[in-house]
Design a protein around this ligand. Structure first.
Ligand SMILES: [Zn+2]
Length: 98
């Protein structure tokens, strides 16, 4: 994997040939990857979904575990990597203690 050149950019999630987000939205390797492989529209979609997840599970963002959970969900959302897509679902509602 090298750098994407703009003319060849294709969003890793939606496949649109558009512009990458361009900057890492979070200061991690995952963030770097999102910045170079994901388009701005998909990132906007994620922000909406993230809001839903935070509300749904009542995530406390001062808790590092909540961030880890969100990062896992990002990997699934953008790159379809990781496990338990169903975890976003309602099965764990009320059972998560952060
Ligand atoms: Zn996209």
């Amino acid at each position: 994997m090298g750098l994407f050149s703009n003319e060849k950019f294709e969003c890793a999630r939606c496949g649109r040939k558009t512009e990458p987000l361009g900057n890492a939205p979070i200061p991690t390797d995952l963030g770097q990857r999102i910045g170079s492989e994901i388009c701005a529209e998909c990132w906007t979609e994620w922000l909406e979904k993230q809001k839903q997840i935070i509300n749904h599970f009542g995530l406390d963002l001062s808790n590092p575990d909540a961030h880890d959970y969100l990062f896992d969900q990002m990997k699934l959302f953008f790159f379809n990597e990781g496990e338990d897509l169903a975890e976003i679902d309602t099965s764990k509602e009320g059972s998560i203690t952060w």
